[in-house]
Write a protein that binds this ligand. Structure first.
Ligand SMILES: C[S@@+](CC[C@H](N)C(=O)[O-])C[C@H]1O[C@@H](n2cnc3c(N)ncnc32)[C@H](O)[C@@H]1O
Length: 253
């Protein structure tokens, strides 16, 4: 099948162990922010990606593709009710889930600064130019672990789709960069396996927007791999965590 051939070519000898780990259990941690609040379970690698943004209380933050909301919870817990957080997602159904998660898993004092919106992420660069200190772009991606474990998704997977998604990711990242204040930080992330959706997207934006510089993300999780521009956490080496790719960029003043 095309999916297996494609990734075997990319990962070579590593593929069989990676494939087995992708079929196995993930490694979720419980996020619980107070008595009586609903717990939320999130892959430790996703927590890592959200923390890589290095959010501080008082920051003006955009979570551009936020639903169902795991990483918004991590960001809100770092803001502690100070600053602002726009949690945006284009999908109305997924936004309902996002709203539920925010209302039921965060203390009231932290929720007050969060605004949920439903814009197309591609528009922020145009309409919100240089407005945010920090932006998380957790981009729509191939979601390979999910695809592998869903026969109907596996059936429609194609290399063309990976290419199409990488073009969309590049446009979303350009929009995020343009919405960032000088001195601001963007973290670009996916849960995709292919470099086409990860380092290649970052490489292109660094060429297109010379004001952006890559920053090395510190304190890696066990088994994480450094790539040319970011970090890739894959379950075969990282005790079931991932897949998560993330890269951190700053806009020079
Ligand atoms: C990987 S998921 C985000 C997961 C989320 N960050 C979390 O931690 O729960 C990608 C999201 O992007 C949204 N999306 C896709 N295209 C978009 C666009 N052009 N603008 C805004 N959101 C978009 C999808 O609806 C989906 O919810």
């Amino acid at each position: 099948m095309e999916f297996f051939d494609y990734y075997e070519k990319l990962f070579g000898n590593r593929w069989s162990a990676l494939l087995e780990s992708l079929k196995g259990e993930g490694r979720a941690v419980e996020l619980r922010f107070g008595d009586g609040l609903e717990p939320y379970y999130l892959d430790e690698a996703s927590v890592f990606a959200a923390k890589a943004l290095d959010v501080q209380p008082g920051d003006e933050v955009l979570d551009m593709c936020a639903a169902p909301g795991g990483k918004t919870l991590v960001i809100a817990s770092l803001l502690k009710g100070k600053g602002s957080l726009q949690s945006n997602d284009r999908s109305p159904e997924r936004r309902l889930r996002l709203q539920h998660v925010i209302e039921n898993s965060l203390p009231e004092t932290w929720r007050g600064i969060i605004k949920v919106t439903g814009y197309d992420g591609m528009k922020f660069g145009l309409h919100k130019k240089e407005c945010f200190d920090k932006i998380l772009l957790d981009a729509p991606c191939s979601s390979d672990r999910h695809v592998l474990n869903s026969p109907s998704h596996l059936e429609v997977w194609s290399a063309k789709r990976v290419k199409r998604l990488s073009v969309e990711q590049g446009a979303l990242l350009a929009s995020a960069v343009d919405a960032l204040k000088p001195g601001g930080t963007v973290v670009y992330g996916t849960c995709a396996l292919s470099p086409m959706e990860n380092d290649d997207v970052v490489k292109k934006i660094l060429k297109k927007r010379p004001s952006m510089k890559m920053v090395e993300i510190g304190d890696l999780l066990p088994g994480a791999d450094r790539t040319e521009f970011g970090v890739h956490i894959l379950p075969d080496r990282s005790e079931g965590r991932g897949p998560i790719y993330c890269a951190k960029l700053v806009k020079m003043v």
